[in-house]
Design a protein around this ligand. Structure first.
Ligand SMILES: C[S@@+](CC[C@H](N)C(=O)[O-])C[C@H]1O[C@@H](n2cnc3c(N)ncnc32)[C@H](O)[C@@H]1O
Length: 384
């Protein structure tokens, strides 16, 4: 196996560096166990979900709120309850079609979307279950959802049999990915190593480095990819979808996230990949610093998600931009009566240069088939 480190080209070290945080120390231990290398998915899952020190494990973490709350990024339900109301119309249709009164929400953040949906859907929902890899947000969710405590519950393990409507807003982008890099015609997996030696110019927290192993892994398509090329693959997201589909006897899934179909994802121009970190509302592409303090994401390959779902027995019911989905679902109804701030927030959800076009909605059906309200105009399933 070819093993190549950027490390080789670093300036000559002159001092031993101790890990700056407990999380860094833990990741260094994993790297030692892996003979000097871990894949990026392992690094990302530890940085985000390590139970004690991971980004999402911090009890004080502000998920998705406005900058004034000390958050790192803002999500649609935190921006405006109009998101939950519009999605609610689509969910209402899905509840009728699946003949269920249950909602499952994955990665529910502060509980804002759950509150909006329960508020809007009333008696149509009898049971609302929240699922997250990190249990730390539970106290906050339970405070948000106090008035609905009779309907709301949490699970840390999925039951063998499930049914109902499933929602995941910005969950797929938070599932760890593997990074592949083609250098001079050879594919490497880009993982993480560390330098236990430092030159005086680099801070200790800069000590993680990229490291490469030759690999037989490939992106799903190499068509048109020329020259050196960096990208991601999403085996964990595919496994996640497949597991869910197999557990549901009857269900409709709504996944809302930023991403592309395969031929846009593996596009010659996207040769630097899509890994993006968020810290105090600033985005950057270096996950190796401020580990545990910033969010790490990758865009979603919606084709891979749709194929994994189909292979597990689901049907793709619709796929479109967030703008189309929300407008079809009634976002604009009554907006003329909203105040200026609420209108501006709602428009952010659908403006092409904000969340309207980059964000997509994928609707899957398990054991049911219908034409989703949100995809009735502008459906792009054919692009997957
Ligand atoms: C960016 S936050 C989204 C929060 C919220 N949905 C919102 O819109 O404000 C991503 C959330 O997904 C959760 N998550 C990631 N992978 C998950 C999985 N496999 N199952 C359940 N939750 C997951 C993370 O722990 C995190 O809370």
């Amino acid at each position: 196996m070819h093993f190549h480190k950027f490390l080789d080209s670093l300036p000559q070290p002159d001092a031993k560096v101790e890990p700056k945080t407990d999380l860094e120390g833990l990741i260094r231990g994993l790297i030692d166990e892996g003979a000097g290398w871990i894949d990026f998915a392992r690094f990302m899952s530890t940085a985000l979900y390590e139970p004690k020190w991971g980004y999402y494990s911090s009890q004080n973490r502000q998920i998705g709120g406005k900058p004034s709350l000390g958050s790192d990024f803002v999500t649609a339900p935190e921006l405006t309850p109009a998101f939950g109301r519009a999605l609610g119309n689509s969910v209402a249709q899905a509840l009728i079609q699946t003949q269920t009164d249950e909602i499952w929400e994955f990665g529910p953040g502060t509980g804002a979307l759950a509150f909006q949906l329960l508020d809007y859907l009333g008696d149509k929902v009898k049971k609302y279950t929240l699922v997250d890899v990190s249990g730390e947000l539970r106290a906050r969710q339970s405070a948000t959802l106090e008035v609905y405590k009779d309907k709301v519950s949490w699970v840390s393990e999925l039951p063998p049999h499930m049914q109902g409507v499933l929602i995941g807003n910005e969950v797929l982008d938070a599932i760890p990915v593997n990074i592949l890099k083609r250098i001079s015609g050879t594919w490497f997996e880009q993982g993480v190593s560390y330098s236990n030696l430092s030159d005086s110019a680099s801070a200790p927290s800069d000590s993680f480095t990229w490291a490469f192993k030759e690999t037989s892994l490939r992106p799903p398509t190499e068509d048109g990819l020329v020259g050196d090329y960096l990208t991601e693959i999403h085996p964990q997201a595919q496994a996640f979808i497949s597991t869910l589909v197999k557990k549901f006897s009857k269900g409709a899934f709504f996944f809302i996230d930023y991403g592309f179909p395969e031929r846009e994802y593996y596009h010659p121009q996207r040769h630097m990949g899509t890994i993006m970190c968020h810290f105090r509302h600033t985005a950057d592409d270096n996950p190796l610093v401020l580990v545990g303090h910033k969010d790490i994401t990758a865009h979603v390959n919606f084709t891979a998600v749709a194929l994994a779902a189909q292979e597990a027995g689901a049907e793709v019911l619709g796929y479109t931009s967030q703008a189309h989905f929300l407008i079809n679902s009634g976002l604009l109804e009554g907006l003329d009566r909203a105040d200026r701030e609420q209108r501006a927030a709602a428009l952010k959800l659908i403006n092409e240069h904000e969340m309207g076009e980059l964000f997509k909605v994928l609707v899957l059906g398990v054991g049911v088939s219908f034409d989703p309200l949100g995809c009735q105009r502008g459906d792009r399933t054919h692009t997957l």
